[in-house]
Design a protein. Structure first.
Length: 423
């Protein structure tokens, strides 16, 4: 007998935290939210047409499904206009063994979230400490600095997670946590919660969403056609994630190959939000976001408007406060373009390889200002970069931000290129 499910009011980002530590088959049903069409990447095998719907989220086996939390959109109103919540699960169960659609996870027990609960902590005793591994400088995964990897035991299976270790960084910890807890999208790294080792040492806990794109450089395929397909699909997925961040009024400010993860199925996700800021109509929140975020930027990836005017008497002309207000989604577009240059290069190289890396940081900054801001030079096309891809990159590097291509158009262009290789 199917029990009457409870339709809960809970944000999609919170669902992951609630279900990830539960046994397989644990589920909850939540009311739809205004951004489900953009943020949830909900499976739509169960037809809902245009009628009101609810979202069924279920803890699934990540070895069988693309995500440990699978979401399904279910109609709230029956074919005869009736509103019967028990029929929500009846329809789902009727489709569990339907050969015409992908196999659905089996439902076992409902998860009821305590109303008003905002606790994101994952208890330390849930981690199998014998599996803890600290990345060393020569490890393939050292792209996630100061991180550990361990197994997270949920009672029925083991989950690999990354723990971003933060010591004596309370301001940075709270800033990144405040952003991550409101994100929920397939092409954004999956955030599970926080963990405390002591008052000084804290962890942000993420899904093991694969290795960084940097560790896969250079991207090489047997034929040019396969290379174009690979690059365009990577580009499409990153653009999808950036569109979502735009919707959330978030500027990443540190977009490069080390902060993009790719798993064994070639799913791509954006990570590391330590530099991210929220830029919306709330100026006070914007200024506070800038204050709390990290400020150590990688100069070679900055758009021209984010670089200072030429120095005079050895001093930069623009204050750091002025430069910080110039970051926007369009400066993220500039950095997005440089990711594909990285993908064409050997792992230990940096963008603008024809500009020598200066040992003195001030000399390095002046060199980039001269090349990017004064001479208005775009990055040269690598010999192995397909022209169709580089044509998009040139649009990412228009000198004036308002002239740059949007992430919406980038997404569409990348999908067009991908489909053209299937003909």
């Amino acid at each position: 007998m199917i029990t009457i499910p409870r339709i809960q009011n809970i944000e999609s980002s919170r669902v992951v935290h609630e279900l990830i530590s539960k046994p397989l088959g644990t589920y909850l049903i939540r009311a739809s939210t205004k951004n489900d069409d953009i943020v949830s990447q909900i499976k739509t095998q169960l037809e809902t047409n245009s009628c009101p719907y609810v979202v069924l989220s279920v803890r699934a086996d990540e070895t069988l499904y693309p995500s440990p939390i699978m979401n399904y959109r279910l109609p709230l109103i029956g074919p005869n206009g009736e509103h019967d919540t028990i029929k929500i699960l009846e329809e789902y169960k009727q489709n569990e063994n339907n050969s015409e659609i992908d196999e659905l996870p089996t439902l076992k027990q409902e998860c009821i979230v305590t109303e008003g609960d905002t606790n994101w902590e994952i208890k330390r005793n849930l981690f199998q400490k014998s599996y803890i591994y600290i990345y060393s400088s020569d490890d393939d995964n050292n792209d996630i600095e100061g991180s550990t990897i361990c197994n997270f035991q949920d009672g029925s299976m083991t989950i690999d997670v990354y723990n971003k270790r933060m010591k004596n960084e309370e301001q940075s910890f709270q800033h990144e946590f405040s952003i991550l807890k409101n994100l929920s999208y397939f092409h954004i790294v999956s955030f599970y919660g926080i963990c405390y080792e002591s008052d000084q040492i804290k962890y942000l806990v993420f899904a093991n969403n694969g290795k960084s794109l940097k560790s896969l450089c250079p991207i090489v395929e047997d034929t040019k056609r396969l290379l174009v397909k690979k690059l365009s699909m990577i580009g499409y997925q990153i653009a999808c994630g950036m569109i979502y961040l735009e919707y959330k009024h978030i500027i990443h400010r540190d977009l490069h190959s080390r902060n993009i993860l790719s798993d064994k199925n070639d799913y791509v996700r954006i990570a590391d939000f330590g530099h991210a800021i929220i830029k919306d109509d709330d100026d006070e929140r914007f200024q506070q976001s800038i204050k709390n975020s990290k400020l150590n930027f990688q100069t070679r990836r900055l758009a021209p408007e984010c670089l200072s005017s030429p120095p005079q008497d050895g001093q930069l002309m623009d204050s750091i406060e002025t430069l910080l207000t110039r970051f926007s989604s369009k400066s993220d577009v500039w950095a997005y373009g440089l990711i594909f240059i990285e993908l064409m290069m050997k792992e230990n190289n940096d963008v603008y390889p024809y500009l020598p890396i200066k040992s003195n940081n001030d000399d390095e900054i002046i060199q980039i200002i001269q090349h990017v801001k004064l001479e208005r030079m775009m990055h040269k096309k690598p010999d192995n970069c397909p022209k169709s891809i580089y044509d998009i990159l040139e649009k990412c590097w228009s000198y004036n931000p308002e002239d740059r291509i949007s992430f919406w158009d980038i997404r569409n262009e990348m999908m067009r290129i991908f489909k053209s290789q299937n003909n």
